[in-house]
Design a protein around this ligand. Structure first.
Ligand code: AMP
Ligand code: MG
Length: 297
């Protein structure tokens, strides 16, 4: 689901747990259909064609989380890059080098600052949204909400590394979360310890293709329409909700170590682990306090 493997661990009676897990997976499928529609009658298709749409419910909440991070990052996170992402073929079967002229034209038609607060999306304004940098996190949050409503006391929902834990884990009381080594993703660069929190990671090793000797990855710099080279290879963000953690991780990846750390330090309740091109690891000042620990491997 959401282009990855979703894993749910629950602490409850086994009957209640499997019923609740089923409901959580249904919610994730629903969010996937809203955020990555294949149905041409869906709101995001109408907006793409400039027909306008009333955006409400899940879609409104996903866009709200996205736009908050877009504004705070001055557009390093930009959910309107849909056409540019499409030209690169990320998310489809055949990622490839796009025609530079087409990238330029698609970038001219994009821009988070065209999304007016509270009035998304009026008729006559065509915007191609790609919510791949935030929707997975939102789906995790929504699954956790369903599980809590079903009376599950503790657990973790993990969508391919973007995850959220809730409640108090029996016996241990905390969760250990591995942070992948970008150079060798089967290995860990370190281990996080969290209690109730969301964790999301963006990395240049997650989705990429090679042309000649060059690796092109899926996180684009909205200033150029090409893969971001900010000095970072991996960004892991810890926050109370996973939609915010997801969008922030993508934003910080594009912004680079200095600006990225500043964004996280200024964001209430967000922390981060940043892995630079040379493997150096930097963490925000709140790690080691308030129940979040990080240990390098
Ligand atoms: P993530 O894996 O959460 O970092 O998100 C990467 C995905 O978000 C890509 O596969 C694209 O669908 C989309 N994306 C790429 N670049 C950006 C960007 N600068 N801002 C927002 N979304 C992006
Ligand atoms: Mg993200």
């Amino acid at each position: 689901m959401m282009g990855t493997l979703v894993d749910v661990v629950l602490y409850a009676d086994s009957g209640a747990a499997s019923k609740a897990a089923g409901q959580a997976f249904e919610r994730i499928l629903h969010v996937e259909a809203v955020a990555h529609p294949s149905d041409e009658g869906s709101p995001l298709f109408a907006v793409r064609q400039g027909k306008g749409a009333k955006v409400e419910g899940d879609l409104a909440r996903i866009l709200e989380a996205a736009m908050e991070v877009s504004r705070a990052s001055s557009g390093a996170f930009d959910p309107t890059l849909g056409e540019v992402v499409y030209l690169w073929g990320f998310g489809r079967d055949d990622p490839h080098l796009p025609d530079p002229e087409e990238v330029k034209r698609a970038l001219d038609n994009a821009g988070y600052d065209r999304v007016a607060t509270g009035q998304c999306c009026p008729e006559g304004q065509a915007l191609w949204f790609d919510l791949g940098g935030v929707a997975k996190g939102y789906a995790v949050d929504d699954a956790v909400r369903v599980l809590e409503e079903a009376g599950v006391k503790a657990g973790i929902v993990n969508a391919g590394g973007d995850l959220r834990s809730f409640g108090v884990r029996p016996r241990r009381g905390y969760w250990k979360i591995g942070v992948q080594d970008p150079d060798n993703p089967q290995e860990l660069a370190g281990v996080l310890e969290i209690k109730e929190a969301a964790v999301a990671t963006s990395g240049d090793y997650q989705r990429y293709f090679k042309a000649g000797d060059i690796r092109y990855h899926h996180i684009l710099d909205p200033a150029t329409g090409y893969p971001a080279h900010s000095g970072l290879r991996g960004t892991t963000v810890i926050a109370p909700d996973c939609a915010t953690a997801d969008a922030l991780a993508t934003a910080v990846f594009v912004m680079g170590p200095e600006k990225g750390l500043a964004l996280l330090e200024g964001w209430e309740d967000a922390e981060g682990v940043l892995i630079a091109d040379d493997g150096t690891i930097r963490t925000t000042s709140g790690i080691g306090k308030g129940g979040i620990k990080f240990e390098k491997r």
